[in-house]
Design a binder for this molecule. Structure first.
Ligand SMILES: [Zn+2]
Ligand SMILES: [Zn+2]
Length: 255
């Protein structure tokens, strides 16, 4: 099972040292409950006073929804082939999510070390397969993408939209913007829903329960580097054959 205890869980010092290494050794064992409680207390104590969980959850996402609405309102004389933009962009975004998760969230990539620092030593050490739920709303900070990160994603999407628009494919540009930005917003809301308490109304839907299970298996420290890397819909996990059932397949223990 997942809850193997680590004899030497990373302390704050070890995590600092790990941040300085280019490619730190992966953390492959779950912390014992008392060490996770201590880590939770430490991370909550680091929360800035000005942090408001509801603002973090709503403001960037609603800005994204507003941008989607603007993009869709600019569409004129839509043709059926232009609508193909939506599934194509969705699949590309899904593949991108899988790739970034694998190469930058579980290894410290020199171009964006903050992604690893937030994800592996914090998010993954705190939440494990059998204990995924947040206990305090300030933990939104440990689950959601930082607001500046989401805005960076939006700015990148708008820049690509501008190029497509400039090339003369205006409806394609609008559909691209709506799909790419909608994908990022859905990532945030879905990931948060997996980490809400189990009795939360959002988690009652069958769809959310299924997706949450897929992500919870990814939170097994032995599996997190290679398996169930999609956080939204596990489409690219199926294509790349990185879907792990639970208990983990034998090859996970060998690798
Ligand atoms: Zn998670
Ligand atoms: Zn991960």
């Amino acid at each position: 099972m997942v809850t193997e205890l680590a004899p030497q869980p990373p302390t704050a010092d070890e995590r600092r040292r790990s941040r300085r290494r280019s490619y730190p050794r992966p953390i492959e064992t779950a912390l014992p409950p008392e060490r996770r409680d201590a880590l939770r207390a430490e991370l909550l104590a680091e929360t800035p006073r000005w942090y408001v969980p509801a603002v973090h959850m709503l403001v960037p996402s609603l800005c994204g929804v507003a941008m989607m609405a603007i993009a869709l309102s600019l569409i004129r004389d839509l043709t059926p082939w232009q609508l193909l933009t939506v599934p194509i962009v969705y699949v590309l975004a899904n593949a991108n999510e899988w790739t970034v998760h694998r190469i930058a969230l579980h290894r410290r990539h020199p171009l964006a070390p903050v992604l690893y620092d937030q994800h592996t030593p914090k998010h993954h050490m705190l939440y494990i397969t059998d204990d995924m739920a947040i206990r305090d709303r300030r933990e939104y900070r440990l689950v959601l993408i930082p607001a500046y990160g989401l805005f960076l994603i939006f700015v990148t999407a708008i820049a690509i939209t501008a190029v497509i628009w400039w090339l003369g494919f205006r409806n394609v540009a609008c559909l691209y913007a709506a799909t790419a930005i909608g994908y990022a917003v859905s990532y945030e809301w879905l990931h948060l829903s997996y980490h809400l308490p189990h009795d939360h109304p959002v988690g009652r839907s069958r769809l959310i329960r299924g997706l949450r299970r897929h992500h919870a298996i990814h939170h097994d420290p032995r599996l997190m580097q290679r398996w169930n890397l999609n956080v939204t819909v596990p489409l690219w996990d199926v294509v790349m054959r990185t879907v792990a059932e639970y208990p983990p397949p034998a090859q996970c223990d060998r690798e």
